[in-house]
Design a binder for this molecule. Sequence first.
Ligand code: ADP
Ligand code: ZN
Length: 219
Amino acid sequence: MPRPTGKVWVSLKIIMLGPPGSGKGTQAAMLKEQLGVPAISTGAILRSEIAAGTDIGLKADGYISRGELVPDDVIIDIVERRFLQPDCQKGFILDGFPRTTAQAEALDAKGVKIDAVVVLNLDDEVIVKRMSGRRICKKCDASFHVEKNPPKAEGICDFCGGALYTRVDDAPETVRNRLDTYHKNTEPLLDYYKNLLRNVESYGNIDDVLKSILAALGV
Ligand code: ADP
Ligand code: ZN
């Protein structure tokens, strides 16, 4: 792991891995503040492309609502373009990418050297229950939970005042599909990245999980 010089990281490249609903997005958003590197969520980028009705959005919509993966070439293209933004110079936290071996190989092919892979562990049954309470901000994609992480005002995002909604792919049947997809396509990455893994249990409250992640990263 690189060390911070003062408060500035030379470069810190982290992958958040774990099943859908394990808290990757929530923790990535908090880690971003702690570590001062951007969080890149392929899911959030795809949702904003869908909302804007772009070609990418039109391509991705069906896959997402069925709980399937969007094709690798579409995703790799999105990430490559995001990496060109100047804020990625300091490093980044990848949330929801890579999700397949082909995506991990594409990162390697670009010469991106990952420092650590944080794995958030949570049982499938807990996840299915949690997802029905999840609410997402239409404007900034921040994630809330009606019981575990309620917004200050019901139905309104704490960060930007946007309206909260329930994602179509958070319906229980679709969550089960997403979990199957995770076990089949994404879990092999645990072996791919076996030398970089930092395992964290994701059962506790959000602040405790964040503490465990920071401890696992040694920061
Ligand atoms: P979660 O982690 O809760 O599943 P995300 O917002 O990361 O939610 O992803 C939502 C959906 O977007 C996925 O189910 C998938 O259809 C699509 N998606 C996001 N990232 C990728 C990726 N790297 N590869 C393929 N599909 C992706
Ligand atoms: Zn918001």
